[in-house]
Design a protein around this ligand. Structure first.
Ligand code: 5GP
Ligand code: ZN
Length: 115
């Protein structure tokens, strides 16, 4: 599978850096954010190294759909009862810090630290 040896999320996929995983299958991985903004804050990533939404093409449509579709399932499993927020930051002005496509999913009772 296509990986970038310098990418922190590729290292999590490869098991070289630990993460608190909440879901894993052949294509996707989800884990708790190391600096949560909300009571529940998970990141859903493709195992494939895709730098950002800018790199996504028509061949990734099903993958993106699966990432989104995983959010309600994970929130339910993590006890989030009253809705959640999904965010994909893209590029410098979009506030993207890790150049491996990821979707934030925030939930849990407010107030949240941010957002
Ligand atoms: P971005 O700003 O790129 O959308 O979000 C990157 C997120 O990745 C941040 O919320 C940050 O806390 C999280 N993050 C960065 N490095 C790690 C790590 O090594 N482990 C985990 N679990 N989260 C990380
Ligand atoms: Zn990567």
């Amino acid at each position: 599978m296509n990986a970038d040896p310098d990418c922190i999320f590729c290292k999590i996929v490869a098991g070289q850096i630990p993460a608190s995983k909440v879901f894993e299958d052949e294509e996707l991985l989800a884990f708790h954010d190391i600096h949560p903004w909300a009571p529940v804050h998970v990141l859903v990533i493709p195992k494939l190294h895709i730098a950002s939404l800018v790199e996504v093409g028509p061949q990734h449509g099903a993958l993106l759909g699966r990432m989104l579709g995983l959010a309600p399932r994970l929130m339910k499993e993590l006890g989030v009862a009253n809705g959640f927020r999904t965010v994909i930051n893209t590029g410098r002005d979009g506030g993207q810090e890790v150049p491996h496509l990821h979707m934030h999913v925030f939930g849990g009772p407010r107030p949240w630290a941010k957002g």
